[in-house]
Design a binder for this molecule. Structure first.
Ligand SMILES: C[S@@+](CC[C@H](N)C(=O)[O-])C[C@H]1O[C@@H](n2cnc3c(N)ncnc32)[C@H](O)[C@@H]1O
Length: 191
């Protein structure tokens, strides 16, 4: 693969050349730009960092990256999926894996976790619009909610009102665009 092809793939964000922690292909749900953006956002969150939470585990590769970030910052990662598809037992050393439906069975448990102040929440499950509507009001102050597949599975028209009503403001959009990330970050500053 030549360098121009590689750069073109990077520009396609999460829909192209996925690779993370030595795993390549569709087992990884995020692109290189998304990875850089997640790291950028978590790095800028103040201490103490509350919980790190992922909605939509898939095979747990991104989870392992988030778990390392969480451990570096003195916390842990909680991740949820409706099915257990975790790639390797190695992943399971790093995170709390919850198996259940975010829209029903694990809703109350997840609301309790995201109430933590200064929580990082990665919204990456099957129904991002519904999930944002259901969970936004339970997020604690300082929550950094990063929504994946922006302008593909979800856009501002779908969630503007619920995010405004619950004190979320769009942050770092210029950085996300510069990194070719398909994530957007909303920070809960106050209602
Ligand atoms: C796009 S993948 C997640 C990708 C992962 N975050 C990554 O970066 O590798 C979406 C996941 O959400 C899960 N999912 C879909 N609907 C769900 C629901 N209602 N509750 C919990 N998980 C769900 C799917 O099983 C799928 O594994």
């Amino acid at each position: 693969m030549n360098i121009n092809m590689t750069i073109e793939l990077l520009k396609k964000g999460s829909k192209a050349d996925r690779n993370l922690l030595g795993v390549r292909g569709e087992k990884v749900g995020i692109g290189r730009g998304d990875l850089l953006f997640l790291d950028y956002v978590i790095s800028r969150m103040p201490d103490p960092l509350g919980a790190v939470v992922e909605f939509g585990t898939l095979h747990g590769v991104t989870t392992s990256f988030l778990a390392i970030c969480a451990q570096m910052r003195g916390t842990y990662v909680d991740t949820v999926d409706i099915e257990d598809k975790v790639y390797s037992h190695a992943n399971k050393q790093y995170a709390y894996y919850h198996i259940g439906d975010l829209l029903t069975s694990v809703y109350i448990d997840m609301c309790k976790i995201i109430e933590t102040s200064n929580c990082f929440l990665f919204v990456d499950n099957g129904n991002k619009i519904k999930e944002t509507h259901m969970y936004a009001k339970y997020c604690g102050q300082g929550c950094h909610m990063v929504i994946h597949d922006w302008d593909d599975e979800i856009g501002i028209e779908d969630v503007r009102d619920v995010l405004n009503e619950n004190g979320f403001k769009l942050c770092y959009e210029d950085i996300s665009i510069a990194l070719f990330s398909s994530c957007r970050c909303f920070v809960k500053e106050g209602v």
